[in-house]
Structure formats: structure tokens, C-alpha cells
Design a binder for this molecule. Structure first.
Ligand code: 6R9
Length: 654
């Protein structure tokens, strides 16, 4: 978050109590929420055990709640058995079989609905297909799909047979896809011929072919869903059409009952060092987190139409598209496409046409739509909306107020939800019928979530109105279990800083006098570009893998819409490129980064220099680079630099 934003959140003092009309009908009002907190405080594990029994369907009930014998590798509900897909689908067949589970709209306006019965049948069919292709419990399946119902069907089908899915966002490049496939050791890939985005075809199958040609030796079969029908190569013996396999598959498939700790999925996310980590989530604990938070934070009801705009390639799309709402028997909306096609009113038209009641999106989308003007939302009937949500990055008070005024018509609560890929479910957020909100604050931890603010030494800061590292002091059911294939990295990254005492989120936070949290952003070298996590090291490695580049340093620069953008300082081999040559190489580098990682990692700014600012011990002074990227006057002490003269050149002045 930029210093301007920090200043504006810290002087923010507007408060918005829960609207009376909303609170009166809410699942949780202030009194009920207080009772939940009291229960959790009195008996942390008993609280979660009670919820798990009441809210999930178990084939074998658990008797042990928390196993902390190998902490920080915590295990929850260990001797219980369940199935995530049975919880999301079978459980609702009797009471809600004909209720719509998924409403879908494509960018071109095509629509499809699935009732719970129909979704169940499709999931069972694909589960049988997977089994017939030799996928067994514990096998990994990579899913590289557009944002269509088939992505959810694929995830649920894996869950049904106890296979571990790993969804890779469709915007990632062949090289990123290959790295992830290889790390999981998946034996099967589910993809589509293509997806639709901003009037173009996203060539998913072509990218997958490239990834497979470069390695991925464990992949035996590729199942291809036909979405764009634009003609793709199918490799005999390896590639199979989804619709052909589904045609003859049976609609009956008994769920595989798995241990609560059985991994439900792996999801790769960026950290400050090395390659992205495969975050491993469990079945029972994860599903409980997704289920409860959908009730508490989104106040989900039977008549809701819940639209979470996140792609299933991100954790938000896992917990609040594929699992949480379905576990609660809700209707979700899925949209495949860009928010501004054919025009800036698309999101609002979708809200109107589908009667969306709960809308959950990212600040970057709010800022982008805000810039396009309020005449767009004002054209549509948004009166069905009753709750708005935000996730992915800090929301600046200006964007919050616009959301509140223009979309919420000053009557809807806004839930700003703080959480991470690793936490599995929302951790800090207002419970909308109970908590007074403040623009820019995610307010207070949910029941059973024990958050602390600690200083450098790991000492909890007790006084109010103070800042520090955001940590979690007690295990919670939906927490990550490990980093796939690298438990040491799990322990070191998340627990090492304070001797295994706290889960370290990697964010800094301020807690105000009312106990509300204001997230200030990452304390590590992780950027947040349009709500997507990106390691500076990943982008640097991509840049130096270009034959003409010797060295690179990447920092974030505050960006009006994206939150942060990628700013790269680059040292070319040979003389420093200038003028036209520099422009040409910069373009080449942008394309190279898109090819290595994905378009979301493209640097907005590339500055060529003869050298990077280094201390005499050889450390790059990133703080200095961040100031330069912001265009700030350099007032920092540069005397410890080996090459102080470089500052003028890096600033673009020499
Ligand atoms: C769910 C998700 C996690 C990082 C997290 C933090 C930032 C997410 C936020 C927020 C301020 C919020 N973040 N939600 N910062 N306010 N409401 O986004 O997961 O992709 O793993 O990113 O995003 O920095 O550490 P993930």
C-alpha cells in the first residue's frame, strides 16, 4: 500500500453500523456473534468440533478434534471420514434437488443453469470417467480450465474419488503450467480447447500442449472440454474429448470416503523466495472453514444468488465458488469473461439479469469500474443486491466509499475480508449483521480465529492503536497443512520467524483503539498486482532467463487501479541500451515475462541501468529502488552504496 493510502486509512474515521433492516434478518446479530466468540474463547477445540458435527456430513464421525503432537503440522478431526463432494451435492438432493446450483453466463451472452440434481449427475459422470482413466485416491489431477461450470465439475469430481486437484489459473503460461504439473506429479490433466476473454480466445489446449512437450512425464491422459470449438490438435492415445467420455459414463458414483486430513487440493502461490509453493489443504478442516465463513460473513440464505467474481484458479474461487456456497446449498453465479465486454456495464447488467444478491469482488475491479464512471451501474437495477464484499488486497477508503454509495446505494453492508491461500478461508472480516464497518478496515477476527499483532521479537503488542506483524496464535481447521513435497519449507516460511509459536501471515497490520485491523500490506518481497500474488524473485528469474539480460531487480510501484504494478530495473549484457533499442528490448522483455510466467506478471516499467544499487556486502538496496520507482526525491543515505553515482541513472536522470 502506498504511503498516501496508509495516511488516508489511518486518518479514516467514518463508521457504518450494520443497517437495521439487514441486522434484523441476519443469521448473526451482535448478540449471537458475541455468544460464538465466548464459546470459542472458553473452549477453542470444542467450539470447532461442535461446528464440524453440526455443519458437515460425516460418514464416520470423528472422536479426536485436534492432534497437535507434530505441531506445527496440525491435524483436525483425524479419525473422521467424509467426502467433500457428497457434502456439496448429495446432501442437498432431497431438499434442494431442483434448486439451481450454478447459473452460468459466458462473455458472448450464452447461459446455462445446473440444478443440484444435474450438477450431481455431471460430477458423478466425470468421476467415473476419471476412475476409468486410472485415477485413484491420492493421485493428482491438474485442472487448467476457463471459468465455466466444467471447472467446478472437474474439481468436485476429483474430490468425489479422493483425487487431489490442483487448479492452475488459465492466465498462466506454458512454463508456469509445466512447473506446477511437475511439482504435483499429476497423472492426468483436464483442460479445454480454449476460453473466452475480452473478445479473444485463450488458447488453453495449445498452451497445455507446449507445457507437455517440455516435460510433464507423469501425465498419461489429457481430457479436453470443448468450449470454443476453434479447432485444436488432439494427440492420439493421450488426448480425449470430455463430451465423448461423458456420453457413456454412468450418473452413479459412490463417493470415496476419505480421512478428514486427506488432501483435497494443492494450490500454488508465490512467496518471497524460490518457486511457487504447493499449498496443501485438507478435506474436513478446509471444508468446515469454507462452510462456516460463507454463513458468517456472507450471511448465506436459500434465496440468495451469490456471485464471487474470482477465477477458480485462485483460492477465492476455491472457497467461495467451488466449495463454500455449494456446501451450504446456495445458488452461485459464474461468469466467463472480462468486466468491460461489450461495455463497462457488464458486471452490473449481470447482477440485474441474474438477480444477484451477494456480490464479492476485488478492490482492483472496483477501482477500474469506478474510473469508468457511475453512469454505468446507474443504468441497471441493482435492487436485489443485499451484501457487498471485497478481497485480495487492501481497499482504499475512496474505493470503499464509491462501492458503498454507487453500488450499495448507501444501504448495503460491505464485508472487507482478509485471508490468504494458506488460511483456506476468511479470517478477519465484519459479520455484516453485527459489526460496525470502517472504510479500509477488515475489522475483527471471526469466532475461533486467534489473531495477534507482534513486534520484531515476537512479543504481542497489547496496547490498542498499534502496528506490527500479523500472526495467528492458535491452529484453525482450514489452515494449510504443509507445502507439497517440502515440509521444511512449510515450517520455515510460516512458523520459523517466531520459533513455531505463531503462524506468520507475511502482512503487517495496524490495530486501532476499537480493535479493528487495518492491513498495511506484505512485509516480504511479495507484490500484489491486481490482487494477484507475485514474488519479485519470480519476475527477476524470468527476466534474467532472457539471453540479453545480466541482472534484474523488481519492486512494486503504487498503481491507481492495480494497487501495485511491476517495476523492473534491468542490467543488459554489453552496453546499456538507450533510445529505440531500449524500447525494443523492453517490449521483448515484457513478452518474455508473459511467456515465462503469464501476462499478469508483465512489468509496466522497465528501466535499463549500468548497475544496481548495492551495499558493499553485495545486497541490492530495494528500499532505494522502491523510492526511485515511486519517483520520490531520494533523501535516503546512499553513502553505504558501493556505487552511489548509480542513483541518478536509476532515477532516469543520467
Ligand atoms: C484471499 C487471497 C493473500 C494476500 C494477503 C494480503 C492480501 C487479501 C486482503 C488483503 C488487505 C484484504 N489481502 N485480502 N489485504 N485486505 N481484505 O487474496 O489470497 O491470493 O493468497 O493473497 O493478499 O497481503 O497476505 P492470496
Amino acid at each position: 500500500m502506498s504511503s498516501d493510502n496508509i495516511a488516508s486509512v489511518l486518518t479514516e474515521n467514518r463508521v457504518f453500523p450494520p443497517p437495521a433492516e439487514f441486522a434484523a434478518r441476519a443469521r448473526l446479530n451482535a448478540e449471537k456473534l458475541a455468544a460464538l466468540h465466548a464459546e470459542a474463547q472458553a473452549d477453542h477445540t470444542g467450539f470447532w468440533a461442535g461446528l464440524a458435527k453440526k455443519n458437515l456430513g460425516w460418514q464416520t464421525p470423528f472422536t479426536q478434534v485436534l492432534d497437535d503432537s507434530a505441531a506445527p503440522n496440525y491435524r483436525w478431526f483425524t479419525d473422521g471420514k467424509l467426502n467433500a463432494s457428497a457434502n456439496c451435492l448429495d446432501r442437498h438432493l432431497l431438499a434442494r434437488g431442483d434448486k439451481i446450483a450454478i447459473r452460468f453466463e459466458g462473455e458472448k451472452g450464452d447461459t446455462r443453469n445446473y440444478t443440484y440434481k444435474q450438477l450431481h449427475a455431471e460430477v458423478c459422470k466425470l468421476a467415473n470417467v476419471l476412475k476409468a482413466q486410472g485415477v485413484n485416491k491420492g493421485d493428482r489431477v491438474v485442472i487448467y480450465m476457463p471459468m465455466a461450470p466444467e471447472a467446478v465439475i472437474a474439481m468436485q469430481a476429483c474430490a468425489r474419488i479422493g483425487a487431489i486437484h490442483s487448479v492452475v489459473f488459465g492466465g498462466f503460461s506454458a512454463s508456469s503450467l509445466k512447473d506446477r504439473i511437475e511439482d504435483t506429479g499429476a497423472r492426468l490433466l483436464i483442460t479445454a480447447d480454449g476460453g473466452h476473454r475480452a473478445g479473444n480466445i485463450v488458447p488453453l489446449k495449445k498452451v497445455a500442449d507446449e507445457a507437455l512437450a517440455a516435460g510433464c512425464k507423469t501425465i498419461g491422459k489429457v481430457i479436453v472440454h470443448q468450449r470454443t470449438s476453434h479447432g485444436v490438435d488432439m494427440q492420439a492415445g493421450r488426448d480425449l474429448w470430455w463430451h465423448e467420455l461423458m456420453d457413456t459414463a454412468s450418473e452413479r458414483c459412490e463417493p470415496e470416503w476419505v480421512e478428514s486430513e486427506h488432501p483435497l487440493f494443492l494450490l500454488y502461490t508465490s512467496g518471497s523466495t524460490g518457486k511457487p509453493k504447493g499449498i496443501q489443504h485438507s478435506t474436513g478442516g478446509y471444508l468446515l472453514g469454507a462452510t462456516m465463513t460463507t454463513q458468517w460473513v456472507f450471511d448465506i440464505r436459500d434465496d440468495d444468488v451469490f456471485w464471487c467474481t474470482a477465477d477458480v484458479g485462485w483460492i477465492t474461487g476455491h472457497s467461495y465458488v467451488a466449495y463454500g456456497p455449494l456446501a451450504n446449498g446456495a445458488t452461485i453465479l459464474m461468469y466467463e469473461g472480462a468486466p468491460t465486454i461489450p461495455d463497462a456495464g457488464r458486471f452490473w447488467k449481470i447482477c440485474q439479469d441474474h438477480g444477484v444478491t451477494i456480490f464479492y469482488t476485488a478492490p482492483t475491479a472496483i477501482r477500474a469500474l469506478m474510473k469508468l464512471g457511475e453512469e454505468w451501474p446507474n443504468k441497471y437495477d441493482l435492487s436485489k443486491l443485499r451484501l457487498l464484499g471485497s478481497v485480495g488486497e487492501p481497499i482504499n477508503p475512496e474505493a470503499w466509499m464509491w462501492y458503498h454509495r454507487v453500488i450499495g446505494k448507501e444501504r448495503l453492508p460491505i464485508v472487507d475480508t482478509w485471508w490468504q491461500t494458506e488460511t483456506g478461508a476468511i479470517m478477519i472480516a465484519p459479520v455484516p449483521g453485527a459489526i460496525t464497518t470502517k472504510p479500509g478496515s477488515c475489522t475483527k477476527p471471526l469466532p475461533g480465529i486467534c489473531v495477534e499483532v507482534v513486534d520484531e521479537a515476537g512479543t504481542p503488542i497489547r496496547e490498542q492503536d498499534a502496528g506490527g506483524y500479523l500472526v495467528v496464535s492458535k491452529p484453525w481447521p482450514s489452515m494449510l497443512r504443509t507445502v507439497w513435497g517440502d515440509n521444511e519449507r512449510y515450517i520455515k516460511t510460516y512458523w520459523g520467524q517466531f520459533q513455531n509459536k505463531y503462524y506468520v501471515a507475511g502482512d503487517s497490520t495496524h490495530r486501532d483503539a476499537d480493535g479493528c485491523y487495518w492491513i498495511m500490506g506484505r512485509v516480504d518481497d511479495v507484490l500484489n498486482v491486481s490482487g494477484h500474488r507475485l514474488g519479485t524473485m519470480e519476475v527477476e528469474s524470468a527476466l534474467v532467463s532472457h539471453p540479453r539480460i545480466a541482472e534484474a531487480a523488481v519492486v512494486g510501484r503504487p498503481h491507481e487501479v492495480k494497487g501495485e504494478s511491476v517495476f523492473a530495473f534491468v542490467i543488459a549484457k554489453g552496453p546499456r541500451p538507450t533510445g529505440e533499442e531500449a524500447d525494443k528490448l523492453a517490449k521483448e522483455l515484457r513478452d518474455h515475462v508473459a511467456k515465462e510466467i503469464g501476462a499478469l506478471a508483465k512489468p509496466d516499467d522497465i528501466r535499463f541501468a549500468d548497475n544496481l544499487p548495492k551495499t558493499r556486502s553485495g545486497k541490492i538496496m530495494r528500499r532505494l529502488l522502491r523510492s526511485i520507482a515511486k519517483g520520490e526525491e531520494i533523501t535516503q543515505d546512499t553513502s553505504t552504496l558501493e556505487n552511489p553515482a548509480i542513483v541518478a541513472q536509476l532515477s532516469g536522470k543520467a
